[in-house]
Write a protein that binds this ligand. Structure first.
Ligand code: ATP
Length: 447
């Protein structure tokens, strides 16, 4: 990473810590490699990302339903899916500088030979396979008969529960089953802050279609998912779809494209959209001995549907949105750090600020903050420090609106509304504030 880009990441990491977006896990004990805790602002923003995905992928569609499966599943699931045998990263050691890295991520020299990403040496060990699944035991006995895994992806539950969901909901093709939740991978090479961690959240959907209609739906979901990110404010020029090369495709996939974001270190994956064919249902049918075919009431035929899977990560979306929103501006000779987050993504929607802590201003501000809470809008009350500093704190938190309660409010019931991006201020009746904020929140709702 070039210095300038490294510097930007440093600024993001330090903003995350300073303002309570993300902390290192178990920091007082020296931290734990590649595990993170989301603080008060981070947890709100992450929740917003999840909820917006759910709204657009499940609530606003007649053809998708959700599930919430257990993290620990039968180990047979992972045998059938190929994860036990094949969920491996090829690792190599650099004999020169002792760096350990993934062979498939290593830079290549002019002759196409891999070199160490740190020192450029060609002196590398032979690749060794490393299984990424975390193993634990179910019950008190620690033997292989009780070994289970923490799921490395949420997707398999949608295949395993396919018949239950389809039959109880009487779903007809095409339809999708969606799930969000934690996944775990014992990643060897952890990098770029929360981009690659060992415990992360996924948002995945398996969309079951008739064979023959898969290519059409693959195109549909690729475009839908790419547009989803720009809909919530990620700049279109920083996003693209990258189709996988033939040799990069998983053995089960007919086609796959990644939505990639231009992170400070280069374009990297936010989400993969794959045409998984009928591979997974077939494998689980074979391993479980159960008939997992779909019965088509129109043709009276039974067959295995094809599957299009958009598989996204909450943490990577979170990081991309932070990087994309981060701006530094010079205001009256001072540096202002501001997160220009989409209002729906922003952790706090509005800050309500009494100008001073007297003349009943705090009480009035409290009254106003409660009108937001009653409407389900996450509003924040702050009376500490000067008004200028409070505005700056909210800029750094990405809060789109600040309302200031001053002497005039007490006389004519008007407040000052300050807009984060333009820093413009307007005087409005206090009673209109909720509507103005809610209108901004509704602005992105149309799909
Ligand atoms: P990569 O090639 O970067 O390891 P992947 O192709 O293995 O990713 P998928 O298995 O397609 O990832 O998982 C779907 C999504 O889950 C990814 O696009 C990403 O957003 C998220 N994800 C996967 N692994 C991690 C991780 N270790 N940390 C954070 N998010 C992850």
């Amino acid at each position: 990473m070039a210095d300038k880009e490294g510097e930007l990441m440093q600024k993001i990491v330090s903003l995350c810590k300073r303002r309570g977006f993300v902390f290192q896990s178990s920091e007082i004990y020296g931290g734990l490699r590649s595990l993170y805790d989301y603080g008060p602002l981070g947890v709100e923003m992450k929740r917003n990302i999840r909820n917006l995905w759910w709204r657009d992928m499940v609530h606003c569609r007649r053809d998708v339903v959700g599930i919430d499966a257990s993290i620990i599943m039968s180990p047979k699931v992972w045998e059938a899916s190929g994860h036990v045998a094949g969920f491996h990263d090829p690792l190599v050691d650099c004999k020169n500088c002792k760096n350990r890295f993934r062979l498939d991520h290593a830079p290549k020299d002019e002759a196409g030979k891999p070199v160490c990403p740190d020192c450029g040496s060609h002196d590398l060990s032979a690749p060794r396979q490393f299984n990424l699944m975390f193993k634990t035991n179910l019950g008190p006995v620690e033997d292989s008969g009780h070994a289970v895994y923490l799921r490395p992806e949420t997707a398999q539950a949608m295949f395993v529960d396919f018949v239950n969901v389809q039959q109880t909901y009487r779903l007809k093709l095409p339809f999708g089953i969606a799930q969000q939740g934690r996944s775990f991978r014992n990643e060897i090479v952890v990098e770029h802050f929360t981009y690659r961690s060992c415990e992360f959240e996924q948002m995945e959907m398996e969309f079951f279609v008739k064979p023959g209609e898969d290519e059409k739906w693959y195109e549909y979901w690729k475009n839908f998912r790419l547009n989803w990110y720009s809909k919530y404010g990620v700049k279109a020029e920083n996003l693209h779809l990258r189709p996988h090369e033939k040799d990069e495709l998983s053995h089960y996939a007919k086609a796959c494209s990644d939505v990639e974001y231009k992170f400070p270190w280069g374009f990297a994956e936010l989400e993969g959209i794959a045409n998984r064919t009928d591979y997974d249902l077939n494998k689980h049918a074979e391993a479980s001995g159960k008939d997992l075919r779909y019965f088509d009431p129109d043709t009276q035929e039974k067959f295995y549907p094809y599957v299009i899977e958009p598989a996204a990560g909450v943490d990577r979306t979170f990081l991309a949105m932070l990087v994309d929103a981060y701006a530094e501006e010079e205001v009256k000779g001072e540096n202002r750090v501001v997160l220009k987050l989409n209002p729906e993504i922003a952790p706090i929607k509005v800050a309500v600020l009494p100008l001073v802590r007297k003349e009943n201003m705090p009480e009035k501000a409290q009254e106003i903050v409660e009108t937001f809470w009653a409407e389900g809008v996450n509003a924040f009350y702050d009376e500490k420090q000067s008004i200028g500093r409070r505005y700056r704190r909210q800029d750094e938190a990405g809060t789109p609106f600040c309302l200031t309660i001053d002497g005039d409010t007490m006389k004519d019931n008007t407040v000052t509304i300050r807009f984060r991006d333009s820093m413009e201020q307007e005087r409005i009746p206090a009673g209109e504030a909720v509507d103005i904020v809610k209108k901004a929140l509704r602005a992105t709702k149309a799909v």
